[in-house]
Design a protein around this ligand. Structure first.
Ligand SMILES: [Zn+2]
Length: 82
């Protein structure tokens, strides 16, 4: 049986470790979004996430839509024309 003080120290240590972990995750997330300029956009046709650098893009009513392929892009244009 551990003395109560040891248990308290363990709990405090765990809290500190968890806090540091979540803090570092937040930091790494922030830095990764800073370093990685490529934004992921959802293809409205097939639901795939595509890089914002894709050449398959359509600008419609001040909104830019990104597509995984020309096929999806054409499908989107056709559906909007209807
Ligand atoms: Zn697609």
């Amino acid at each position: 049986m551990l003395p109560k003080i040891a248990l308290i120290i363990i709990i405090i240590a765990m809290v500190v470790i968890l806090f540091r972990k979540s803090d570092s995750i937040g930091k790494s997330k922030k830095s990764s979004s800073d370093n990685n300029a490529v934004e992921m956009k959802k293809d409205p046709i097939c639901g795939l996430y595509v890089e914002d650098t894709t050449s398959h893009k359509v600008k419609l009513e001040d909104e830019v839509y990104s597509f995984c392929s020309k096929k999806c892009k054409d499908e989107f244009i056709t559906s909007k024309k209807k």
